[in-house]
Design a protein around this ligand. Structure first.
Ligand code: 13P
Length: 254
């Protein structure tokens, strides 16, 4: 059985002071209780140390929202895998749709980042997903296949233990509109079938596929109950200690 990964992406929110408070509030809700799911929060780079410190001695993990492909050097404004590890990160979100759209990250670059993250001992959460016009045109599977194939081809061998994929339909991000559980399951199964084609079934059964896009306490139960939904990548709702904890709690009941 795959362990649920309940991941929060704080995006460009929560400066160190606010991030520390939010992390402490989340941890405080689980002071008396342990959980089976894996719980991860990804703050902005500058807030990672504060969150890592707040989570020390708890089950909560910290991750980053982006990374560069080089080890070090003249790359103004960028951050490396070794810096993230040093700061206490275990996971890195790669190829979020906001990075693909606003920072022109290509499938090839996302694949290179994914490989770098795995090679350097971190775990990537690779985001894929179609925009609304692509779904309306009926080419959503084609788009996601292109994104997933680019990554799997680049890895070249079986990395199923560390790879996490997040299906985030762009039309459902920050819009309040969620994919129906059926739409999510259909795409998650499609992604798992693609992985099977590359690595075989034993490996594809190990890869966790998260759903992201307006996941909230009131829709998390149905989404997480789908056979191939192995967790959530949560934006807005992860900025509230109550909502994030509620989703984590729901994952414990499934
Ligand atoms: P929302 O949950 O705010 O829709 O954001 C989803 C997302 O982009 C997580 O990476």
């Amino acid at each position: 059985m795959r362990t649920f990964l309940i991941a929060g992406n704080w995006k460009m929110n929560a400066a160190p002071g606010a991030a520390k408070k939010l992390a402490e509030d989340i941890a405080a809700k689980w002071k008396e209780e342990s959980f089976h799911s894996e719980a991860l929060l990804c703050p902005p780079f500058i807030s990672i140390p504060a969150v890592a410190a707040a989570f020390e001695g708890t089950q909560f993990k910290v991750g980053a929202q982006n990374v560069h492909t080089e080890n070090d050097g003249a790359y103004t404004g960028e951050i490396s895998t070794s810096m993230l590890k040093d700061a206490g990160c275990e996971y890195v979100i790669v190829g979020h749709s906001e990075r693909r759209e606003y920072f022109h990250e290509s499938d090839e670059l996302v694949a290179q980042k994914t490989k770098k993250v795995i090679d350097d001992g971190l775990k990537p959460i690779v985001c894929v997903g179609e925009v609304l016009s692509e779904r309306k045109e009926g080419i959503h599977q084609e788009v996601v296949k292109r994104q997933v194939d680019a990554v799997l081809t680049h890895l070249g061998n079986d990395e199923s233990d560390t790879l996490v994929i997040a299906y985030e339909p762009v039309w459902a991000i920050g819009t309040g509109e969620t994919a129906t559980p059926q739409q999510a399951q259909e795409m998650h199964q499609f992604i798992r079938d693609l992985i099977t084609q590359h690595w075989g079934e034993t490996s594809s059964e190990k890869v966790r596929i998260l759903y992201g896009g307006s996941m909230k306490p009131d829709n998390a139960g149905e989404l997480l109950s789908q056979k191939d939904v192995d967790g959530g990548l949560i934006g807005g709702a992860s900025l509230s200690a109550g909502s994030y904890s509620e989703i984590l709690k729901i994952s414990e009941t499934i």
